[in-house]
Design a protein around this ligand. Structure first.
Ligand code: PHE
Length: 339
């Protein structure tokens, strides 16, 4: 093919490229002219048949065809894409399904805390709060737990400096509340606690408690038992059993530990309750008169009970969770089963 014919063919190819209305058209033009069995390789082959004078000019024209057509095809493709984008914004199809973002759920620990607040508010309790970073005085001394007291060993903790620590229990909130108001007092105080515990299926160095404190002129252990039992039935169901065992805490006298019957196996024995049928919830007792004296209440005319509650333990039996660590893994597939 001579140079003049190649130029003519180039014009035709460019024209076809410009007139392409779809991406498929553009591709068809490319295949027709530039693919291995297309027009251009045929021209290149044909150069051999030309005379030595004609060949360089024809070769140049053939190269021009390739370059200009490649560019024209690119331009056509870009223009088509831009037009598609521009019209796509206007094209709104109201019949397409919407995008579902998924609903969040409250964490099991939050659910238990909120449920406890609801239950105790029926008994006239309000919510009090205290800092996670506590003074040694509020966490220990004011709770009748001086520096040489053996019960400090079991709560050896994270010290932040002299006299400052991450609270090992929510009991310091008792002290803060009594320091700041006169009786009667009826509060619960949910919050985080910290202990130097080795993590296993039922222990975590970071956990939650709910403290309870009821102080008035005439409060008895019977009130404590009645209120805890009411709470247990509301939280676990009417068939839950509550068991009180004698115990010791420096800031209550007498003191108890209390258990709920295992909700997972209904008391028959399972992994969650370690085959005992009971789950230890925490401690409680009548406020020690020494504590009243420390906060400036008159121990002669004041009586009260206090209790603690392990939130994770309640969550584990309420939801049948076998390992406390599941609560902190932040695995949505696990957490979305609850609530
Ligand atoms: N603070 C105690 C603990 O963490 C529990 C407790 C609270 C006991 C209130 C008596 C009264 O073990």
């Amino acid at each position: 093919m001579k140079a003049a014919e190649i130029v003519q063919l180039k014009e035709q190819a460019l024209d076809e490229a410009r007139r392409s209305g779809t991406a498929a058209d553009v591709e068809a033009v490319r295949i027709k002219y530039l693919s291995r069995k297309g027009v251009l390789p045929g021209i290149m082959d044909g150069l051999k048949a030309l005379s030595a004078e004609e060949r360089p000019e024809a070769g140049r024209r053939a190269n021009e065809l390739r370059q200009e057509l490649t560019k024209a095809l690119d331009d056509a493709k870009n223009a088509l894409q831009a037009a598609e984008r521009a019209s796509g914004q206007k094209r709104f199809d109201p019949t397409l399904p919407g995008q579902w973002r998924g609903l969040g759920r409250r964490h099991p620990i939050t659910q238990v805390v909120e449920e406890a607040i609801r239950i105790f508010s029926m008994l006239g309790f309000t919510v009090a709060d205290g800092p996670d970073i506590e003074t040694e005085y509020h966490n220990f001394d004011a709770l009748n737990t001086p520096a040489d007291h053996p019960s400090r060993d079991t709560q050896d903790t994270f010290w932040l400096g002299p006299g400052l620590l991450l609270r090992t229990q929510t009991s310091p909130v008792q002290i803060r509340v009594m320091e700041s108001r006169k009786p009667p007092v009826r509060i619960i105080a949910p919050g985080r606690c910290y202990r130097r515990d080795t993590t296993d299926a039922t222990h975590s160095a970071n956990f939650h408690q709910i403290e309870g404190l009821y102080v008035d002129r005439a409060v008895s252990l019977a009130d404590l038992k009645g209120d805890i039992t009411f709470f247990a039935r509301q939280m676990m169901g009417a068939d839950v059993k509550v068991r009180f065992r004698p115990h010791f805490f420096p800031f209550t006298e007498p003191s108890v530990e209390y258990d709920f019957s295992c909700h997972v196996c209904r008391g028959r024995g399972c992994r969650v309750c370690k085959q005992s049928g009971w789950i230890e919830i925490s401690g409680a007792g009548m406020v020690n008169p020494k504590v009243f004296k420390t906060v400036g209440y008159d121990p002669e005319t004041t009586m009260g009970y206090a209790f603690g509650m392990g939130v994770e333990r309640i969550a584990m039996i309420r939801f049948g969770i076998e390992d406390i660590r599941h609560l902190y893994d932040n695995d949505v597939r696990f957490l979305e089963q609850f609530g």
